[in-house]
Design a protein around this ligand. Structure first.
Ligand code: HXC
Length: 259
């Protein structure tokens, strides 16, 4: 990809699209331009047939220490309403391809909200996550109260959001926020290994699995199952379904094309 951005780095390799937050001096504090850039990079990868999985990382010692406090400190409610910046966040949450995040150091506030838009999260054993907004006299605004609660339930979510304390990676893993905790040295390697593994799977299956699982967060069971069923039927219109089942019958490795 030739496009360059101010606050992120992007490249693609072997079916994986890489997005790296790049404001290490301020622990990758997320300003508004960065959000637009992340969205743009995700959407470009979403449309690129060569890319099957997206991997999101942060440069330096943190994943992201939150939204840029300097940028928003002077804002008023009407500025937020007119900027409508959360529209970009909404679109990040509906990217079709799987997104895998790798968290080292801090993922706080808006940084954690961004991480929670990922479908899988790997973290280094030194990672610390949390919603410290309460200590600034505000609260999460890009999905934190909603996604955390859906993930870990009201009781635990309330405690973490009220106190603003940081949670260690191991506890976050036990609570189901993070998929895997590994040492800092191998975090990128392990996350990339998972990304490459998924890049070999049939892309349409991944796409409709993602869509269906996200619906499960919103829908009652019966409606969710109807939705799942239609997606299951839809995959029988794909060449990859024929390829996958024929390869099984012919005892060979399938070659999925994403069609
Ligand atoms: C702007 C930030 C920042 C942030 C860190 N920095 N976080 N700048 N916005 N969110 C800057 C610091 O000012 C400092 O710049 C540099 O990064 C290094 O940070 P230090 O504080 O010196 O590092 P350390 O002592 O290791 O402490 C790390 C930290 C602390 C515990 C993560 O930086 C911190 O508490 N940051 C704020 C975390 C936070 O409250 N996040 C929520 C933001 S509100 P200088 O120039 O001094 O070197 C939010 C709302 C989201 O996210 C709403 C929806 C989008």
């Amino acid at each position: 990809m030739s496009k360059t951005y101010e606050f992120i780095n992007v490249h693609e390799q072997d079916g994986v699209g890489f997005v790296e937050l790049n404001r290490p001096k301020v622990l990758n504090a997320i300003n508004r331009v960065m959000v637009s850039e992340i969205l743009n990079a995700f959407e470009v990868f979403d449309q690129n047939d060569e890319v099957r999985v997206i991997m999101l990382t942060g440069k330096g010692r943190a994943f992201a220490a939150g939204a840029d406090i300097d940028e928003m400190a002077g804002d008023g409610a009407i500025d937020f309403e007119l900027l409508n910046q959360f529209a970009d966040w909404d679109r990040i949450a509906v990217v079709k391809k799987p997104i895998i995040g790798a968290i080292q150091g801090f993922a706080l506030g808006g940084g954690l909200e961004l991480a929670l838009c990922c479908d899988l999260l790997f973290a280094a054993d030194d990672a610390e996550i949390g919603f410290p907004e309460v200590n600034l006299g505000v609260m999460p605004g890009a999905g934190g109260t909603q996604r955390l609660t859906k993930l870990i339930g009201k009781t635990k979510a309330m405690e973490w959001l009220f106190t603003g304390e940081r949670m260690k990676a191991e506890e976050a893993c036990q609570l189901g926020i993070i998929n895997r905790v590994v040492s800092r040295e191998v975090l990128m390697e392990e996350t990339e290994r998972m990304a490459r593994k998924l890049a070999e799977k049939p892309p349409l299956s991944l796409r409709l699995i993602k869509e269906s699982v996200l619906k499960a967060m919103d829908y009652p069971l019966y409606e969710g199952m109807q939705y799942e069923r239609k997606n299951f039927y839809l995959l029988f219109a794909s060449e990859d379904q024929k390829e996958g089942m024929n390869a099984f019958i012919e005892k060979r490795k399938p070659n999925f094309k994403g069609k």
